[in-house]
Design a protein around this ligand. Structure first.
Ligand SMILES: Cc1cc2nc3c(=O)[nH]c(=O)nc-3n(C[C@H](O)[C@H](O)[C@H](O)COP(=O)(O)OP(=O)(O)OC[C@H]3O[C@@H](n4cnc5c(N)ncnc54)[C@H](O)[C@@H]3O)c2cc1C
Length: 412
């Protein structure tokens, strides 16, 4: 299903002109690291607050409804091309610059499910296609993904293979014309709308990760069956479903790269997801902090603003610490990748630090808001629900700690 089918959105004003491109190299990295109010981020936040504020958000959150018009606005603003090649209409930004934009969107847009869906497509599905897809595969899909006319999904997890991702059991059996897929993928972001899936399957279950191969499968391929949109605790505006493959025949040209190369493609995608998918969440955490400071400054009990009580002000100071720490970890991981340096440790630290910061900061905010934090009307509890998934997707916090421990040389 395409966005243009789902919305009658008219072209969106692009608002203020884009800020100047970042300085290149070390200065751009330093700017991103130290400037919490970096001009690129502020511009994206202002644009999002103006163009991605939707009065029906609370209702859509309740009914798990995706905002197709918001998606189209993101596409018209060029957000799906942040990291894409110019030949496909992308901006081909340096990583730190792209993340500043995504962080700004997370700060300015209260529909976190929308920005999560966008970042997920850009950082996992599109990056895999860009890095490893053939010219034909890229030319067929990238322009449509960038224009918002097509949705993409990334399907690795299975009902019996989550953290242990390489134990997947979806098979790709060789035929004279290509492959036949059989198996099931679970918890796939954007699956209910996806026009194209990056799918991981094994061509030989006996050789473990060396059999894992990736494929680009159009959503309308016979035998590809998408389950119903699954309601979930947070990010409820992001469509999410299981996908079954029942004798799903695909041509050889659907394969991405070589047979057996899928595990390294997945690993590359996971490093991007770990390092950067939380960028919008870090932006959202700053908004949560600002909302909390405002509330604690105006809400009075015992004859004074509650923010004057140390029992309230110190936890808020801790949100600030969590936010700045998460930002530093995020941009350090981005800086290393931007420079072409090894970033596995940095990406695991960024994922762990940012997801835990967003969760703990949102919980503190809820507590500071008292009953107003707990009831749906004030929309503070939504921030907590949205933060919950961050410690699971892209590898749970325990899995990030496993990676960190292994890189530290600990036994196990
Ligand atoms: C919002 C959301 C979006 C998602 N989107 C996608 C998507 O687009 N594509 C996709 O492929 N997948 C997606 N997923 C799936 C996600 O990648 C998996 O949920 C995740 O990898 C964890 O797998 P699992 O849920 O099967 O949990 P399990 O692997 O069963 O883990 C359950 C618990 O056991 C712990 N555990 C497991 N192994 C170990 C270990 N070795 N050491 C210590 N603790 C361990 C985990 O930390 C966790 O607490 C999404 C998930 C969520 C929540």
């Amino acid at each position: 299903m395409s966005v243009s089918d789902a919305t009658n959105a008219s072209p969106v004003s692009t608002g203020d002109a884009e800020p100047p491109r970042l300085l290149s190299g070390a200065e751009s990295i330093l700017e991103a690291l130290i400037d919490v109010d970096h001009p690129r981020k502020v511009a994206a936040s202002r644009w999002a607050a103006e163009h991605l504020t939707d009065p029906s958000l609370a209702e859509r959150d309740h009914s798990c409804t995706f905002w197709a018009e918001g998606w189209k606005r993101l596409a018209d603003r060029g957000m799906f091309g942040l990291l894409a090649d110019e030949r496909h209409g992308g901006q081909n930004l340096e990583l730190c610059a792209a993340l500043l934009t995504i962080e700004g969107l997370g700060h300015g847009c209260r529909d976190e499910g929308l920005i999560f869906a966008m970042s997920s497509q850009v950082l996992t599905m599109q990056l895999t296609l860009q890095r490893f897809g053939s010219k034909d595969q890229q030319d067929r899909w990238m322009p449509h993904l960038l224009s918002g006319d097509a949705f993409g999904a990334f399907a690795m997890t299975e009902p019996n293979s989550g953290s242990d991702a390489y134990s997947l059991s979806t098979t790709a059996e060789r035929t004279s014309e290509g492959y036949v897929l059989n198996g099931e993928k679970a918890w796939i972001t954007m699956a209910p709308l996806a026009d194209v899936f990056v799918v991981f399957a094994t061509v030989n279950p006996d050789v473990g990760r060396w059999g894992i191969t990736s494929f680009l499968v159009p959503g309308d391929t016979p035998g590809l069956i998408v389950g119903p949109n699954m309601p979930k605790s947070g990010m409820r505006t992001t469509p999410f479903a299981n996908v079954r493959f029942e004798n799903c025949a695909i041509p050889e040209s659907a394969r991405i790269g070589a047979e057996g190369a899928g595990a390294s493609m997945f690993s590359s995608a996971m490093e991007a997801e770990r390092g950067f998918l939380l960028a919008s969440g870090v932006g959202a955490l700053q908004r949560v902090l600002e909302d909390t400071v405002e509330f604690a400054s105006s809400r009075e009990q015992f004859g004074q603003a509650i923010g004057a009580f140390q029992g309230v002000s110190h936890p808020i100071a801790e949100i600030k610490l969590a936010h700045e720490s998460a930002r530093l970890l995020l941009y350090k991981a981005a800086a290393l990748q931007q420079r072409g340096d090894a970033s596995m440790m940095a990406a695991a630290l960024a994922k762990l630090g940012a997801s835990e910061a967003v969760l703990s900061g949102s919980l503190t905010s809820l507590e500071v808001h008292g009953a107003r934090g707990y009831v749906t009307e004030y929309e503070v509890e939504r921030e907590v629900r949205n933060a919950l998934g961050g410690v699971i997707y892209g590898g749970s916090s325990a899995i990030q700690k496993n990676i960190i421990a292994r890189l530290l040389g600990l036994p196990g």
